[in-house]
Ligand binder design. Structure first.
Ligand code: NAD
Length: 335
């Protein structure tokens, strides 16, 4: 099995690469990542010398670079590569369309040309838009993205669907809720709050803090993608979520409590533009049809995550100071 993972130097992608190498040491894994600000090869130190692991620095929107990778033989593609931060998409939507829509189309073309066995698109619950106080997103919920980020992810999903319908490409789409865990880039809610709290800095909370997200430990997302890639029925969408809905302010208060820091650090700021109020995932299809079961509950998962950020302060402090770029140059350009 030769598996192409795109975006494998990011948060979920790097957790997935490590998960797959541990579980299937005989699979050959090619990690393609453009190493944007969010890509960090340091996440992959544990596997970088594994004989079945290769890293290629390339942009998924670069058709000739992708052709060069696919022509060496790829069986399965799992596409994580994306611009992923909603706030950045509000400031600069163009790069989101380039990577999340055009990049997906380039990968689909290569997948079609080289007759790959499976293409898995890692998408998000955000494509469904925002929920009211009740109800959950199912795979049949109409797409109604509200941010440039989620609109670009929905655009990618539509292309994946079209390549299945038009060309019979063997595809799946997974739509997961918010992930948390090790190697989460420290601009996102949980690591940002941990880093600020440890430095006794204000914790910026959008609006009234009552927006709800459904949190899943990243390893449980990896196990879901593993199942979908091996057993997913071609053309199907699978929602992934762990029934862990929490308001943002609950998350922030949990972090402060765990770290023994005062709630006076909380600082409410103007709400994000177009901020979705609530996401909630119904993952019944994945659990009943493919037998997926998450291992982590939120209470233990968040404690383990906080512990990881405490034990790995060098990792996120280097990112915050921009030193990880120097790390890359040292690691690769000087070889
Ligand atoms: P991330 O921002 O941490 O990582 C993205 C990775 O993609 C980075 O390593 C980056 O360098 C790489 N990348 C960006 N543009 C690229 C390009 N043009 N070519 C090649 N590589 C490129 O993101 P993440 O949080 O790990 O999310 C991974 C995927 O999962 C995304 O597709 C995202 O939409 C989806 N997702 C994320 C969450 C979440 O909670 N983080 C939830 C559901 C779905």
């Amino acid at each position: 099995m030769k598996l192409l993972v795109t975006g494998g130097a990011g948060f979920i992608g790097s957790n997935f690469v490590i998960y797959m190498i541990n579980k299937y040491p005989n699979y050959q894994i090619v990690n393609v990542d453009a190493l944007t600000y969010a890509g960090n090869l340091e996440n992959l130190q544990a596997v970088q010398d594994h004989p079945n692991y290769t890293f290629v620095k390339a942009d998924i929107a670069d058709a000739s670079a992708m052709d060069g990778i696919f022509q060496k033989g790829i069986d399965v593609v799992v596409n994580f590569a994306a611009e992923s931060h909603v706030d950045r998409s509000i400031l600069d939507p163009g790069i989101f369309v380039k990577t999340n829509v055009q990049g997906t189309q380039v990968l689909l073309d290569a997948a079609k040309k080289y007759n790959i066995k499976k293409y898995v698109q890692v998408s998000t619950d955000e494509v469904y838009g925002s929920l009211g106080e009740t109800g959950l997103f199912t795979e049949d919920t109409p797409l109604a993205p509200n941010s440039p980020y989620s609109a670009s992810k929905a655009g990618g999903d539509m292309l994946v669907r079209a390549y299945h319908e038009t060309f019979g490409l063997p595809v799946n789409i997974t739509r997961c809720s918010n992930n948390y865990g090790p190697y989460h880039f420290p601009e996102k809610l949980i690591p940002l709050m941990i880093a600020n709290a440890l430095a006794d800095k204000e914790l910026p909370v959008y609006g009234d803090g009552l927006n709800i997200r459904d949190w899943l430990y990243v390893e449980d997302h990896c196990s879901a993608i593993d199942l979908v890639m091996h057993k997913g029925v071609n053309g199907e969408v699978y929602n992934v979520g762990g029934n862990n809905e929490r308001t943002n302010i609950q998350i922030v208060k949990t972090i402060l409590e765990q770290l023994g820091k005062p709630e006076s650090l909380i600082h409410y700021v103007d709400d994000r533009l177009g901020h979705d109020r609530r996401y909630g995932i119904d993952a019944t299809k994945l659990t009943t049809e493919l037998g997926w079961k998450p291992k982590h509950n939120f209470e233990t998962g968040i404690k383990e995550t906080i512990r990881w950020y405490l034990d790995n302060q060098d990792w996120w402090k280097r990112i915050l100071s921009g030193d990880y770029k120097e790390y890359y140059n040292k690691q690769y350009a000087d070889r």
